[in-house]
Write a protein that binds this ligand. Structure first.
Ligand code: CAA
Length: 259
């Protein structure tokens, strides 16, 4: 499919890479870009060869937020009635394969929220995160006030949402927002290594792990543990579980068939 505001490619025929591509606007997330991102995510999710998806930007910006120019004249009827800004954001949550955010440069506002919707964030050492919406007379609108406190705790989330300041990669890693920091010139190499590793594991176990970790943020501990237990039990019905354990016992490399 031809896209205008993103590009897509694959790595090793196993990893789908989506690059946000509005460099002059620091990858501001316009409604059309979000439509394209949703289409690309769904296409990779449906592609049996793909085991993991990466979303990235460019050196200067992962994404500097929702497109302020597009939003500036919106009315309540536009944004609530017609859901102009956030309508296409929920697609990301429906993706069943793991999605990694490879973040360099600015990840602000909707850019930070997009990164947080991914399953984990690998940050380049020049990454900067923040929810500066307060400076525009609004608040985060794509999950920032909900996912940020879950990731970094109330104190830092309040600090960021109320002051609008940015935090650098070191602070973000210390706070638990990002899983690891890598040198800028190694960002894609390290991210693709992780994505290829994930793609090599049994697909059902990978999807179950993602689903189960996400459950930890949605219900009670007791419900989450029971949900995990059922998925754990169910994986014993897969051929990949037999293969993975037989390979370990017989000291050989496992070959998963996603069955
Ligand atoms: N929307 C639209 N355009 C944007 C943009 C955005 N979010 N962020 C940057 N741009 C544009 C700028 O207008 C500028 O365009 P021109 O060259 O045509 O003037 C271009 O990108 C480069 O930006 P700067 O010249 O400002 O670059 P800088 O290096 O001096 O500053 C920055 C970088 C600190 C990120 C600054 O651009 C900035 O503060 N951007 C806005 C960040 C922001 O407020 N994001 C939240 C948006 S609201 C939101 O996301 C709502 C939600 O929750 C869904």
């Amino acid at each position: 499919m031809a896209y205008e505001f993103i590009t897509t490619r694959t790595e090793g025929e196993k990893v789908g890479i989506i690059t946000l591509n509005r460099p002059k606007q620091l990858n501001a997330l316009s409604p059309q870009l979000m439509v394209e991102l949703g289409q690309a995510l769904k296409a990779f999710d449906a592609d049996a060869a793909i085991g993991c998806i990466v979303i990235t930007g460019n050196e200067k910006a992962f994404a500097a937020g929702a497109d302020i120019g597009a939003m500036a004249t919106y009315t309540f009827a536009d944004v609530y009635g017609d859901d102009y800004i956030t309508r296409d954001w929920e697609t990301i949550r429906s993706i069943r394969k793991p999605v990694i955010a490879a973040v360099s440069g600015f990840a602000l506002g909707g850019g930070c929220e997009l990164a947080m919707m991914c399953d984990f964030i690998i940050a380049a050492d020049n990454a900067k995160f923040g929810q500066p919406e307060i400076k525009l007379g609004i608040i985060p609108g794509a999950g920032g006030t909900q996912r940020l406190p879950r990731a970094v705790g109330k104190a830092k989330a309040m600090d960021l949402a109320l002051t609008g300041r940015m935090m650098d990669a070191t602070e973000a890693e210390r706070a638990g927002l990002v899983s690891r920091i890598v040198p800028l010139d190694k960002l894609m190499e390290e991210t693709l290594a992780a994505a290829l590793m994930i793609s090599g594991y049994g697909r059902m176990a990978v999807m179950a792990a993602k689903e189960s970790v996400n459950k930890a943020f949605e219900g009670t501990l007791a419900d989450g543990v029971m949900f995990e237990r059922r998925l754990f039990h169910a994986l014993f019905a897969t051929a990949d579980q037999k293969e993975g354990m037989d390979a370990f016992v017989n000291k050989r490399a496992a070959v998963f068939k996603n069955q």
